[in-house]
Design a protein around this ligand. Structure first.
Ligand code: ADP
Ligand code: MG
Length: 684
């Protein structure tokens, strides 16, 4: 006999309760106290049935005067009529348990809470909350909280457990009174009791919008906790000692400056000064250089490296892809080899002999600068005296990878310099990356012409192909980027190959190349190199060219199905052109566009400013997506919102600074309370 499978088979095992609770972050009493309601039900009043209104969630009481089971093709329904002296109301259950049949049997007195709607026969409630024991009993005096719950965890259970935790835990206010009155915030105990059990008359609207002072207090505490956690990990870093890289004489740096075919922009000079003064200190540097694509981050990295080598230490530069690493290797070799500096290449695909030679010169200290990929952070790599670790396009690495390079040290911890073209909006940087100093190259080298961006429908692909022809006839080169299709790399490849064939048949006189993710590094490298050498006019590519490649003669970037790319990604791709003296163009070919899709592409067309684009991207995607919890390694905020609570964040940061200085024990206790389960983060 088939058994009902709703909601789960009898005997089917649920994970142990403690595990399911842990999933919700509920381990200790404090976790329950900080498990705050999603919303509320207002069961503090009864409405006579005649005064119920469709569209509202209300509560009433009455007697069941009729109840029947109705057969429907979809299954059996239960329909009852409940009445009080003023009128009657239908109650409809589309599926039901035997216990509910009992609750709604004729003559029962019931209290109903639910959404009132216009039914077929008059007002009705579908699946209201039904209680029989309560009729005539006193009404609750506070709103009923509805908590985030998990499988097999009922609201009733959670409410009881949380109410008990609220009694058991001594809610001591760690934040000093004067700070609270200055910011006009309630005590923690008052705020928590208010949020868990708002009294009759509390504004549901303010509660829901989290603008009530009680909520502001909780958000403030959360932000303060996060700031403390970040600052604490920074103070831990300051117990490490780094080599002081401030050579009295710096011949390599001087000669590199002399040799450069350009002079640094003012922004580059400023950023290099910031790095220089960090490297001169005995506390390990932890600095991120943000600069839009093409702002000239590589030369800054090279200058920092020479300073390190002039001080007698090794430097390392790690890039996320082999193509990019290779490109750095070439460019930097071109700059530094003439100075007699020994530069070593290290990557995954390398001949055994070459690799072992590289490893031994790294270990002996003969190699002064090592450039490569993830291969740099493998165990077999041992530096003699690494003084500076540089990570390019840092957002492409996870936290652990980013830090791993600098872990390669004996007694002195290397300085860490990270480069990124993906700007992190200020509020985000303040809240998630407070352990990081940020330098911004906010100026492009002179003479760069802004890139003109056009949105063109895919129906007009042919016109775009003729533009390609024009550009090539003027001696320029062209990128054509095909979209990433999530589900399968194979389909990706098919799409790219198709485009490649299409372009070849439409533009038979042009030299067209194809590069995609399925090629091995060597093959990729060789296609890219041919393009760089000017032996190809058009390079068809999947997003493998996303980061860092530098071909100044390329002046047209076509992105097919641009609507499928992220904003930051589009901006990065566009940055591949406009690197030379010629006017450059970017064509965004779009397929089906939704309203928001069109808005997003407009952002790219209207601004060349990476920061503005990142800000809009953050708005659209939210910080979780933007950073990724895994990426940041920092617990994401549960209650505060970086956009709406930006001002609160400023106060939280100022106070956290002061608190750590004046009473670090309580400050840390506060952070641990909030981030239970993240203790290792507080230690790390
Ligand atoms: P990104 O910041 O995107 O990594 P790169 O470091 O690759 O940019 O620099 C882009 C190009 O600009 C390179 O060809 C580089 O040599 C050149 N460049 C860097 N700084 C300057 C400058 N101050 N003046 C002129 N060209 C520069
Ligand atoms: Mg770069």
């Amino acid at each position: 006999m088939p058994m009902a499978t709703y909601p789960r088979k009898k005997g089917e095992k649920l994970a142990p309760l403690s595990e399911r609770l842990a999933k919700l972050g509920l381990n200790k009493d404090w976790d329950y106290v900080l498990h705050l309601p999603l919303r509320y039900e207002d069961e503090t009043s009864l409405t006579p049935i005649a005064r119920l209104e469709a569209g509202r969630t209300q509560q009433c009481e009455g007697e069941v005067i009729r109840c029947e089971r109705i057969r429907r093709p979809s299954g059996e329904q239960l329909q009852a009529v409940v009445s009080d002296p003023t009128g009657s109301l239908y109650v409809r259950l589309l599926h039901f348990y035997p216990s509910q049949v009992k609750q709604l049997s004729v003559g029962q007195k019931v209290r109903l809470y639910g959404a009132v709607r216009e039914g077929y026969f008059g007002l009705e409630m579908m699946h209201p909350k039904i209680r029989t024991a309560l009729t005539g009993a006193a009404l609750p005096t506070s709103l009923t909280p509805v908590y985030p719950a998990g499988e097999g965890i009922t609201q009733t259970w959670l409410r009881k457990r949380i109410a008990r935790a609220l009694l058991d835990v001594e809610i001591k206010d760690l934040i000093p009174r004067p700070v609270l009155s200055e910011l006009k915030l309630p005590t923690l105990s008052d705020a928590l009791h208010f949020i868990h059990h708002p009294p009759v008359g509390a504004s549901l609207e303010a509660l829901q919008a989290k603008t009530d002072p009680a909520w502001i207090r909780l958000k403030f505490d959360e932000l303060v906790a996060q700031q403390i956690a970040l600052k604490y990990s920074r103070s831990l870093r300051s117990v490490y000692r780094a080599p002081q890289l401030a050579p009295e004489l710096h011949p390599s740096t001087d000669r590199l400056f002399d040799q450069l075919p350009f002079s640094l922009t003012r922004a580059q000079v400023r950023v290099f000064d910031e790095i220089k003064s960090d490297m001169a200190r005995i506390i390990p540097m932890n600095r991120l250089v943000q600069g839009d694509v093409g702002s000239g981050k590589t030369v800054i990295a090279a200058l920092a490296a020479t300073l390190c080598m002039d001080a007698g230490f090794q430097a390392a530069l790690m890039a996320p892809t082999e193509i990019l690493a290779e490109q750095h290797f070439e460019k930097i070799s071109q700059w530094l080899k003439p100075l007699g500096i020994k530069i070593v290449w290290l990557a995954g695909k390398q001949k055994a002999k070459e690799r072992s030679e590289a490893l031994s010169s790294i270990a002996s200290g003969e190699a002064q600068l090592v450039v490569g990929t993830h291969a740099l952070i493998q165990d077999s790599v041992k530096f003699a005296n690494l003084g500076l670790a540089i990570v390019d396009e840092q957002h492409r690495f996870g936290v652990a990878q980013r830090l791993a390079l600098r872990q390669n040290h004996a007694s002195l911890m290397p300085h860490l310099l990270m480069l990124s073209a993906t700007p992190i909006p200020r509020t985000l940087a303040m809240s998630y990356l407070a352990d990081l100093d940020i330098s911004v190259i906010d100026e492009l080298p002179a003479g760069r012409k802004p890139i003109t961006t056009k949105l063109i429908s895919l129906n007009r692909k042919n016109e775009v192909m003729s533009v390609i022809n024009d550009q090539v006839r003027q001696g320029r080169q062209v990128y054509w980027v095909c979209p990433l299709i999530e589900e399968s790399e194979k389909i990706d490849l098919t799409a790219a190959t198709q485009t490649f064939e299409e372009l070849r048949s439409y533009l038979p006189n042009l030299r067209i190349g194809l590069v995609h993710g399925a090629l091995n590094a060597e093959e990729k490298q060789s296609v890219m190199q041919t393009f760089k050498d000017g032996q190809l006019d058009v390079l068809v590519a999947t997003t493998v060219i996303e980061v860092g490649v530098d071909v100044p003669n390329a002046t047209l970037m076509v992105i097919e199905h641009a609507e499928r790319f992220g904003l930051a990604q589009l901006h990065q791709l566009r940055g591949r052109v406009g690197r030379g003296a010629e006017k450059s163009f970017c064509v965004l070919l779009y397929g089906e566009l939704s309203e928001t899709g069109r808005e997003r592409l407009k952002v790219i067309r209207e601004t060349n400013d990476g920061f503005e684009i990142a800000r809009r991207d953050l708005e659209i995607r939210g910080p979780g997506e933007f950073l990724g919890a895994r990426q940041s390694g920092v617990p994401l905020l549960r209650f505060a919102d970086l956009e709406t609570d930006a001002k609160l964040l400023e106060s939280a940061r100022d106070f956290a600074d002061r608190w750590l200085r004046e009473d670090s024990d309580n400050a840390k206790r506060h952070a641990k309370r909030w981030f239970s389960g993240y203790e290792e983060f507080l230690e790390a």
